[in-house]
Design a protein around this ligand. Structure first.
Ligand code: PEP
Length: 241
């Protein structure tokens, strides 16, 4: 039985996250990914809540002259358990490639940090009817090449770019179909026993009002939540959908 995993992505926002943080069921995994500069404060804030700390990015080198970058070891030392990799904003604005994603996933695994690999198509790709091929290729680029150690600790997030920050959610059926396609693609790379255990989240304008329908689908094992995670009450309403 796969657990439900809900992760908030604050992007380049740093909300105070004031007020009480409601409890959640033990069979769920919950994490929040604040900007790098907020990781330390949030690790204090989240103490005793059961909510894990996630990062939004990492560099794939151990250390060195890489101005502005942060290593997996640095994240580990701050208590980070998960790291988002290949978010469409990083692929689109910062030129992150599938090869970069694989290197980051492997480096995170060396430090015991689980990657949340984001995949998803643009509106143009969907309108051209190429969304399954496009997302399948992103998934294969990782799962055909991933090491056994990194494969043990990876989550996939299906995030259609047209649904991120737009208020336009994929229908539960559209999200389910693509998550099932992702699982089948992973199975083709690594076998169905393995694929059946991989957590696959949906992300794209998830909010308290649509969480139950999306997370009730067979192949949707959780959510990656942007805007609705900036305030603990709405985020926890999604967690406790
Ligand atoms: C995201 O940032 O990954 C995301 C899904 O954002 P939003 O929930 O705001 O659409």
């Amino acid at each position: 039985m796969r657990k439900k995993f809900i992760c908030g992505n604050w992007k380049m926002f740093a909300p105070a996250w004031e007020g009480e943080i409601p409890a959640f069921a033990e069979n769920k995994i919950v994490a929040v990914a604040p900007p790098f500069t907020e990781l330390s404060r949030m690790s204090e804030r989240l103490k005793g809540t059961g909510i894990k700390l996630a990062a939004q990015n990492v560099y794939f080198k151990d250390n060195g002259a890489y101005t502005g970058e942060i290593s997996a070891e640095m994240l580990k030392n701050l208590g980070v358990s998960y790291c988002i990799v290949g978010h469409s904003e990083r692929r689109g604005y910062f030129g992150e490639t599938d090869e970069d994603c694989l290197k980051k996933i492997e480096k995170l695994a060396e430090y015991g940090i689980a990657a949340i690999l984001c995949v998803g198509e643009s509106l143009e790709t969907r309108e051209a009817g190429d969304e399954y091929k496009f997302v399948g290729t992103q998934v294969e680029a990782i799962f055909e090449n991933i090491s056994p150690a990194a494969a043990e600790n990876i989550v996939v997030a299906y995030e259609p770019i047209w649904a991120i920050g737009t208020g336009k959610t994929a229908s539960a059926e559209q999200a389910q179909e693509m998550c099932a396609h992702i699982r089948a693609t992973i199975a083709a790379c690594k076998g169905s026993d393995y694929a059946d255990g991989v957590l696959i989240q949906y992300g794209g304008s998830v909010k308290p009002s649509n969480a139950a329908e999306l997370l009730g689908m067979e192949d949707i094992d959780g959510a990656l939540v942007g805007g609705a995670s900036l305030e603990p009450a709405s985020f926890m309403d999604i967690v406790n959908y």
